[in-house]
Ligand binder design. Structure first.
Ligand code: HSE
Length: 318
């Protein structure tokens, strides 16, 4: 049986969830791939219980350049050194799987070009919508469409905060702490509440839907930190819910109009029913019409599930 040796960069929430899935579901992964998928090395300073000590290293080269690693999982978060590490790994012939929306969105062209040049796979399903397989669907089952519009609730933390404020009249700060405790929020939750995380994800969705790269910094972005109970009540009076929406529309001239902002979504719209940490991406294609992908957009196991899906695709392609 073939062996696929994996190096994990960062065993935090998402890296840890990925390790758990690779361990717990080893048998089914082996059955589906015909491969023995082994975690061979982990770059992290802090060890987790139940993970053998001998797997750990503090030297990135033990993962990035080592001959016995076939695939690198990047779950460090942040743009650097994550991006440089991914580039280095690909230049050393390693496939790369990541959940890191900030690094992918900021360096989309460099990362996809490096993968092509080095004839390796670069997969990032987990970077948008956590466990929801929306990027894979856009590149496979939906690829016969011209995409016309993409709307998404793609940040679990802010959707959780808005839901609790709407349904329970909860206090913004308290719910944010709760979201952090549940592992949804970024290390610095400013990226969540100011919409930066959503802009990163929208940049990736736009690249796949419209074959155009718009850097996240060029997407007009407003977060939810200024939203008050009065705004939520005003939306409710109009039969709407306030949601932080990633929105991209194809203009008739072929350009793309993109924004991240709280929008009033009519209670009758499918996105209005997306609550708590759940995410959804609502896509309009010229042939399929409207489709919506829904599921858990954050957290160790849902995000790990998408990473493991990408690992399995690589293993199957070998
Ligand atoms: N902080 C992100 C969220 C994590 O709340 O959705 C998943 O990308």
């Amino acid at each position: 049986m073939k062996t696929l040796k994996i190096g994990i960069l960062g065993l935090g929430t998402v890296g840890g969830g990925t390790y758990t899935i690779l361990t717990k579901n080893k048998e089914i992964i082996e059955k589906r791939t015909g491969c023995d998928v082994q975690v061979a090395r982990i770059l992290d300073r802090f060890q987790k219980p139940d993970v053998p000590e001998y797997l750990y290293t503090e030297d990135p080269d033990d993962v990035l350049t080592s001959k016995d690693i076939d695939l690198v999982i990047e779950t460090l978060g942040g743009i650097e050194p994550a991006c440089s590490f991914m580039v280095q790994a690909m230049k050393h012939g390693k496939h790369v799987v990541t959940a890191n929306k900030a690094a992918v969105a900021a360096n989309y062209e460099l990362l996809t070009k490096t993968a092509k040049e080095n004839n390796v796979k670069f997969l990032y399903e987990a970077s948008v919508g956590g466990g929801i397989p929306v990027l894979t669907a856009m590149q496979n089952a939906l690829q016969g469409n011209n995409f016309l519009e993409v709307m998404g609730i793609v940040n679990g933390t802010t959707n959780y905060i808005l839901t609790k404020m709407t349904e329970d009249g909860a206090d913004y700060g308290e719910v944010l702490k709760d979201a952090q405790a549940k592992g949804f929020a970024e290390a610095d939750p400013t990226a969540d509440v100011e919409g930066i995380d959503v802009a990163n994800k929208l940049s990736i969705l736009i690249a796949l839907a419209f074959d155009q790269y718009i850097p996240p910094t060029e997407i007009p972005t407003t977060g939810i930190s200024a939203i008050t109970k009065a705004d939520i009540d005003a939306a409710a009076a109009e039969g709407c819910k306030l949601k932080l929406i990633a929105h991209a529309t194809l203009n008739p001239d072929g350009t793309v109009k993109a924004s991240v902002a709280p929008e009033k979504i009519a209670n009758t719209h499918p996105l209005a029913g997306v609550s708590n940490e759940f995410n959804a991406v609502y896509i309009t294609g010229d042939m399929v019409d409207e489709v919506m992908f829904y599921g858990k957009g954050a957290g160790a196991l849902p995000t790990g599930s998408a990473i493991v899906g990408d690992i399995i695709s690589v293993a199957k392609s070998l």
